[in-house]
Design a protein around this ligand. Structure first.
Ligand SMILES: *Cc1c(COP(=O)(O)O)cnc(C)c1O
Length: 373
């Protein structure tokens, strides 16, 4: 998809905010603990490469992605630090993992055996760096028992072309108030670590929520995602340990302004009809194809520090707002971020859409141009 550089709609990313969020967390960490910045899904919509460089300036010493392609993107952009792929990569792509020196997650014995077989057919000098994933209660990927995990560790240790680089798990309720299930997962993971015949370079369990609210969790590395973008992992449930600085703003400008008489219909299905004798209506060049979804109807944007309701259905490329009066064409419009004394946060957009801010940030499509400051 092309990125629309010739229109006023853009995401503005404050790279300094990312750097500060990371450096605040790094400063809190015990001496022996590193921070890997999670930049999967195009850096949660902020731009993977720029997010990675901003996090590195803040003290990140490695990176996590979800897909092989996301790892390759970082390498091609000149990132030389360790990169871990958190998702499962099909074993047939092992040569690419070696070529780009990407660390990979092993989640089943079957995968390890297939990988070993493929590695034996390759005459490469490099070794495949493996992080063993333990499923302590997320129910997603990973080894399910201590016995299975120890067999996996042994398999990796005995394979001449594999390196046991890490072991990790993922918490499913670190962002909740009740710690009971979290503690169950933590106990399970600690038990496994104690039974390891040899400690790998990296042991890790914390996502952003665990890093903020359970900083004593096992490991010597954290996988810091949503919080580096300045967003509270729990949404509104638990308050932030230290102030996080949101990095993303979404702006556009009015492309048509008109005064319409009572009874005029706005948008598909005529779901909004001008009620007053006259109303000033503005059109914005952003729509659901940009990730500004149809359910944003009824919410508002900011123009000159004032809230303006989104009226009528959101179209694919455009949407309409009701203005308090005449405003010139080209006036800046804030969809996410500060404008005058007002602010619209990703959390507020998420509330409107009955979802979480993670999803809102990832939903902003490639069509929106990203600008960095
Ligand atoms: C996405 C992801 C993270 C980062 O989670 P945040 O909540 O964004 O900090 C950490 N670990 C794994 C395995 C993930 O998939």
């Amino acid at each position: 998809m092309v990125s629309g550089i010739h229109r006023p709609t853009k995401i503005i990313v404050d790279t300094q905010a990312i750097t500060e969020n990371v450096s605040q967390e790094v400063a809190r960490l015990p001496k022996d603990r590193e921070l890997f910045a999670v930049v999967k899904a195009n850096g949660y919509g902020h731009g993977a490469v720029e997010a990675a460089y901003s996090a590195r300036r803040g003290g990140a010493t490695g990176f996590c992605v979800a897909l092989l392609d996301e790892g390759i993107e970082l390498r091609e952009a000149g990132i030389t630090e360790p990169i871990l792929i958190l998702g499962v990569v099909e074993a047939m792509y092992i040569e690419l993992l070696l070529e780009y020196e990407l660390s990979v997650t092993a989640a089943t014995q079957e995968w390890l055996e297939e990988a070993q077989e493929i590695l034996m057919g390759i005459s490469a000098e490099k070794q495949l760096k493996i992080h063993i994933k333990v499923d302590t209660g997320m129910g997603r990927i990973g080894f399910l028992s201590i016995e299975e995990t120890l067999i996996a560790v042994k398999t990796v240790q005995e394979a001449p072309m594999m390196v046991f680089e890490g072991i990790f798990t993922h918490f499913s309720t670190a962002d909740e108030i009740d710690p009971a299930y979290f503690m169950k997962q933590e106990t399970f993971f600690n038990e496994i670590i104690e039974r390891l015949p040899q400690r790998p370079r990296y042991i890790h369990s914390e996502n952003s929520a665990a890093a903020l609210w359970h900083p004593e969790s096992p490991g010597n590395m954290i996988r810091f995602g949503i919080a580096m973008y300045g967003l509270n992992p729990s949404g509104r449930t638990i308050s932030e340990t230290y102030p996080l600085k949101p990095a993303l703003e979404l702006k556009t400008a009015l492309i048509q302004v008109k005064e319409l008489p009572q009874g005029s219909g706005i948008g598909y299905g005529k779901t909004y009809v001008v009620a007053s004798p006259k109303e000033w209506i503005g059109t914005l060049p952003i729509g659901y194809a940009d990730g500004w979804l149809r359910h944003m109807q009824g919410f508002y944007v900011l123009v000159n520090g004032e809230k303006c309701e989104i009226i009528g259905r959101v179209c694919m490329d455009q949407c309409m707002i009701r203005l308090p009066g005449y405003v010139p064409n080209g006036t800046e419009v804030t969809l996410v971020g500060k404008n005058g004394g007002e602010v619209i946060t990703l959390q507020m957009v998420a509330d409107q859409l009955s979802t979480i801010h993670y999803e809102v940030a990832c939903t902003f499509s490639q069509r929106i141009h990203r600008e960095y400051k």
